[in-house]
Design a protein around this ligand. Sequence first.
Ligand code: SER
Length: 324
Amino acid sequence: MSDIEMKKILVTGATGQIGSELVPELRRIHGNKNVVTGTHSRPPLEILKEGPCEKVDVTDKESVEKVVENYDIDTIYHMAAILSVKGEENPWLAWEVNMNGTYNVLEVAREKSLMRVFCPSSIAVFGPETPMDNTPQDTVLRPTTMYGLSKVAGELLCNYYFKKFDLDVRGVRYPGIISNKTLPGGGTTDYAVEIFYEAIKKKKYTCFLREDSILPMMYMPDCIKSTIDIMRSDLIKLNHHADFNLTAVSFTPKEISEEIKKHIPEFTITYKPDDRQSIADSWPNTIDDSAAREEWGWTPDYDLPAIVEDMLRVLEERHKKEEI
Ligand code: SER
């Protein structure tokens, strides 16, 4: 790990699925006052109010600039994005947030000579022409969604800023992220979160993907670990920068439902594939993340049985407290 200490951090999109769990972990490491929650449309959870909270609209460069100046920010985790399904409903908004938002964040980081930026990418950068099994690190990137194409452009832009301006930008291609605190907002992999809430509340779930639709996934603790680890790794060891393949486990809706049934035997699942199926069909089955393993020591902790056990335990508790 590098000895550089990141002291003043801004997280954009901090009230989203990943941001709302990343902020508390960053605050645990760096102190509450050193991590700014950048909010936009979703109201922040109570826990996010334990340190500074500021409205940040990434499509408005000045709004990013102001917070960076006021808090003397040296590191940005740029988590604000419009995901795949929402991006197909409103491709114009996805362009604005994902393309111009990322450009604004990079420009502010360049102008203010920030130390480091995290800019996540996604398995959505791949498309139907990409090899589906054990998808290589460096391969065909011809996605069919607005989200995917904005993430490809984002990766290229981040790598350009590194080469051209020496801006230390890093990023991973997240698989579907499974979590139990904040719901994801409009992705194709969201079924793998919804299924748990429905299993607990109704003991049944109607899945919008086919039973055999395999996708790469990851549990939130692994997601947070990967995000923090790549940001702490030694720059000198990195051959890639903003485009690391990353995975933990791949499974189908049928496989996850069978795992849930081991804990809730009466659980039933039915399948009603909709438009989201074609997005899932264009994404890989499994991912080769050996570059991340070799360059910064990535290894996941949670497999499917461990994810299911922990998700059901946490959501059962929340259900008893009538939080879900
Ligand atoms: N979870 C995202 C989506 O489904 C993929 O990165 O859109």
